[in-house]
Design a protein around this ligand. Structure first.
Ligand code: E4P
Length: 230
């Protein structure tokens, strides 16, 4: 399973990428808003980046897939915005919501413009099937939010989507399953069996190293080594 960073913070992305911990990035309007508000605290108004600039900075920093989400909701506007986003950098993957307009825009962008699409806000197998038929490159089931709203098990949704894609006889090329809204390492462990990608907040990625047996084992090895007086 590949690991993407779910953040718009360029410094954090560079840090994770420099350590070879990530193979891509996902952003969304909320994450962009947070990053812009952070920049407003330390920069002059003229130096705060437009969100398109942040997308370009991330793409140039990692040269790997970067999902950038449209903010429009009507199909024609989504297609125009998706085209514009894809022209920012070759690594941009256009993120569209699982709505009728989003599915239609996905079809137009993938079939006629050869633009890669990540269908986001997926909460059912049915939405994942429609995204597959529309030619999406990625489908993003939201694991944590399913759990937050007691809408069923998020991990089971990922498993069910994988099952549906594996058993699909329609001839559609299945999207990669990008498990999103990952809240903790346990989610990561569980979706690893079914997903192609997990996109995680940086904290979850760092938490992977916080295994008490790794930490205590290392301490013991280091202490024993010191006793050799080598
Ligand atoms: C996915 O691409 C989204 O950006 C993200 O995973 C949403 O997660 P949240 O539910 O923590 O906002």
């Amino acid at each position: 399973m590949k690991v993407f960073a779910d953040t718009s913070n360029v410094d954090e992305i560079k840090r994770l990428n420099d350590l070879s911990l990530i193979q891509g990035v996902t952003t969304n309007p909320t994450l962009m808003m947070k990053e812009i508000n952070e920049q407003k605290k330390t920069k002059q108004p003229g130096d705060v980046s437009h969100w398109h600039e942040i997308v370009v900075q991330i793409c140039e920093a990692i040269c790997k897939p970067v999902s950038a989400e449209v903010t429009s909701t009507e199909v024609g506007e989504m297609v125009e915005e998706g085209k514009l986003l894809s022209e920012l950098n070759e690594h941009v993957v256009v993120k569209l919501p699982c709505t009728p307009d989003g599915i239609h825009a996905c079809r137009v962008l993938t079939q006629f413009m050869d633009i890669k699409v990540n269908m986001t806000l997926c909460f059912s197998v049915a939405q994942a099937v429609l995204a597959s038929n529309a030619g999406a490159e990625y489908i993003s089931p939201f694991v944590g939010r399913m759990d937050d709203y007691s809408a069923g098990s998020g991990v089971k949704l990922v498993k069910d989507i994988q099952n549906a894609y594996l058993n699909d006889l329609s001839g559609s090329r299945a999207p990669k399953i990008l498990a999103a809204s990952i809240r903790n390492v346990e989610h990561f462990n569980q979706v690893a069996e079914y997903a192609d990608v997990a996109t995680c907040p940086p904290k979850v990625i760092w938490d992977i190293f916080n295994h008490k047996l790794t930490l205590s084992g290392l301490e013991q090895f280091n202490n024993d080594w010191k006793k050799t007086n080598e």
